[in-house]
Ligand binder design. Structure first.
Ligand code: SF4
Length: 405
């Protein structure tokens, strides 16, 4: 089928099949892809509202046994640069988030073998006891798989326990490309296979949680495999309708084992637009200004995105791999309005919370991103001694090592 024929079918509201998606992604002129994605976006969001959320991306630990080759953030067990945040440190971060109008933590971290399920449960309960209305958007599917393996529980059991402790929703991280050939090449097959990632989301949706979905493209996958990824997400969304949004970001090569080059801005915009055309059952597509910068992020609003994601207060993972774009609420709103849209604050469920907060009250501007821990801070949280370590390093650090033999 030709590009003009498929374009006409999209304009008539038809669902793209795999062959049509391939033709559009590989052959359609970029301006046409963008125009079509914008038309589909406008059908779903005719009021020209562009949303964003004020939350904080907190990485509770950088200790990880998964060792994905595209990751510049993790540190191996026993590393002097490894950290686990204390509950008090996390409370402080929540206080700062509330101060600038935020109501949620995006809480993700490495696969730390020395943090048992009880640590997460205690943290979630402590947060909810102190901040009852505050939301926990926490633990991507590979982290849920990791905790399930450590605790020898099933995925539904782990999700049920985390929900009972206060989990509100699950972020779609760790999806990378949902094709096992790619996952093996990126050394992330063992942390979660494509089916395991999808199964965590299926079970989360069945348990009543809403989640997001992501895609990290531009590493070792082919265009066909990117389409495989999109079609797998569309199929699960047909089944559960549990995804609130889709976010694509490009692989950031700096300081990673894999190295290589970053995908260009045009490739990002083509991928985003194609996602809008394929994911006809996703309400929301986020602009990834964190990896693309504010200018391409703004352009995303003409290529199918209807959301600017999060006002970043803190970022550790993408920054470790070389990207360190920062936009506070004032800057995000400026970019949305300059593109001809109406900015609105939202929560994770995409419920509108209101006008920009800085127009309602004085909020300190933020021109730089916070980090999880200041450089050189090697303090160990006091409460960690309450949890049994699995590794020798943790047992020694927590005074749990047995007598020398
Ligand atoms: S991407 Fe996540 S799971 Fe993979 S090495 Fe980095 S922290 Fe660990």
């Amino acid at each position: 089928m030709s590009v003009p024929t498929i374009a006409a079918r999209i304009r008539a509201g038809a669902r793209l099949d795999r062959d049509e998606a391939r033709v559009m992604y590989l052959e359609a002129p970029t301006h046409l892809l963008g125009r079509l994605a914008d038309e589909v976006r406008a059908r779903r969001h005719p009021d020209r509202t562009v949303t964003y959320i004020i939350d904080r991306n907190v990485n509770y630990t950088n200790v990880c046994v998964a060792r994905c080759s595209f990751c510049a953030f993790y540190r191996p067990v026993g590393s002097a640069e490894g950290y686990v945040l204390g509950f008090e440190e996390i409370f402080r971060k929540i206080d700062e988030t509330i101060e600038v109008g935020g109501d949620q933590l995006l809480l993700q971290g490495g696969h730390n073998p020395d943090l048992p399920l009880e640590w997460y449960e205690d943290l979630f309960r402590a947060v909810k006891a102190r901040y009852p209305a505050f939301r926990l958007h926490a633990l991507s599917p590979p982290e849920v798989v990791h905790v399930a393996r450590l605790s020898r529980l099933t995925i539904p059991e782990v999700i049920a326990r985390l929900m009972a402790a206060g989990l509100d929703s699950i972020p779609g991280g760790g999806a990378e490309i949902l094709v096992d050939r790619v996952r093996k090449a990126l050394n992330c097959y063992n942390k979660a296979t494509a089916d395991e990632w999808l199964e965590v989301m299926r079970q989360a949706h069945r348990a009543g949680l809403r989640t997001t979905a992501t895609m990290m493209y531009g590493s070792v996958e082919t265009p066909e495999e990117r389409l495989d990824h999109l079609f797998k997400l569309r199929s699960l969304q047909d089944e559960t309708a549990g995804f609130t949004a889709f976010i694509a970001w490009s692989y950031q090569p700096e300081n990673t084992e894999l190295q290589g080059a970053e995908a260009t801005g045009v490739e990002y915009l083509r991928t985003l637009a194609t996602a809008r055309l394929v994911l006809d059952n996703f309400e929301n597509l986020q602009a990834s200004w964190v990896t693309q910068g504010g200018k391409v992020g703004q352009l995303s609003l003409a290529f199918g995105a209807n959301d600017m994601g999060s006002v970043m207060i803190e970022e550790n993972v993408v920054r470790a791999a070389g990207a360190s774009y920062c936009m506070d609420e004032v800057e995000i709103v400026r970019n949305i309005e300059d593109a001809g849209f109406v900015p609105r604050r939202r929560n994770m469920h995409y419920e509108i919370l209101g006008e920009p907060i800085f127009r309602q009250r004085q909020v300190a501007r933020r021109f730089g991103l916070e980090v999880a821990r200041a450089d050189g801070d090697t303090s160990v949280p006091a409460e960690l001694v309450n949890y049994a370590g699995r590794t020798r390093a943790a047992k020694q650090g927590r005074g749990q090592a047995g007598p020398a033999s």
